[in-house]
Ligand binder design. Structure first.
Ligand SMILES: Cc1cc2nc3c(=O)[nH]c(=O)nc-3n(C[C@H](O)[C@H](O)[C@H](O)COP(=O)(O)O)c2cc1C
Length: 204
């Protein structure tokens, strides 16, 4: 089976790795090589962060550790459980909400966890893998299950692996899997001078 590819249709040239990243729900059952997983996490490690606070944490479980895999899966909402249970690797991201150097609140903690996740995602694409992030989780269940400290917050779920056969999905999800990827036009979110005033840089 050749993996489904869903390159972005862009209004300016971008790097192949960026255009080929996408969020599948069908994953191949093939396990992810541990050295590749380590590369993904290493990529996350090198994300930029406010004050270099590196507020990211990842709880990871692979299919060959069924007990921990189930504990992570149980933190996903039903909709996500249904497809993510077939991924060979699942996980949760978490943020430290205070700076380690002074104990002050880190207003950019979620931002920086997002940056680490994005970096991880791009490394995944570079290695032929894809990740699918999820807001549909139960963060308090995850806190209790994994003993996440009070000054930390669980941010998102992650499923990852080699993209699989869309035919393995139920009808509705298969349609979404095969649908083209959509984005707002640049002109709708890049401003100059005043909120809402489209920058000439991106005028169509
Ligand atoms: C923080 C975050 C939360 C998301 N939550 C879910 C989710 O709970 N379930 C789901 O199926 N997809 C979820 N997605 C996937 C998005 O729907 C997807 O990234 C978006 O439609 C763009 O598609 P693309 O990643 O293929 O470009 C989430 C993505 C992100 C970044």
């Amino acid at each position: 089976m050749t993996a489904l590819r869903k390159p972005a249709s862009t209004s300016a040239p971008i790097h192949d790795i960026i255009s080929h990243r996408w969020s599948p729900r069908a994953f191949d059952s093939r396990p992810v090589e541990p050295e590749k997983l380590r590369s993904l996490l290493e990529a996350a490690r090198w994300a930029a962060s406010s004050y270099n606070g590196q507020p990211w944490f990842f709880i990871v479980a692979t299919k060959d550790d069924p007990e921990n895999f189930q504990r992570v899966l149980d933190c996903f909402v039903e909709f996500n459980k249904n497809w993510a249970r077939h991924a060979p690797v699942i996980g949760l991201s978490a943020a430290s909400l205070k700076f380690a150097h002074n104990g002050q609140p880190n207003r950019h903690a979620f931002h920086d966890v997002g940056q680490a996740a994005a970096t991880l995602a791009l490394q995944a694409t570079a290695l032929g893998l894809q990740i699918h992030q999820m807001a549909g989780i139960d963060p308090e269940k995850a806190r209790k299950t994994f003993g996440v400290p009070q000054d930390h917050e669980v941010v998102a779920g992650i499923a990852l692996g080699y993209p699989g056969d869309p035919a393995s999905l139920p009808d509705q999800l298969r349609e979404r899997e095969l649908a083209s990827r959509e984005r707002k036009p640049l002109a709708s979110f890049v401003f100059t001078g005043q909120w809402g005033n489209t920058s000439p840089l991106v005028k169509p």
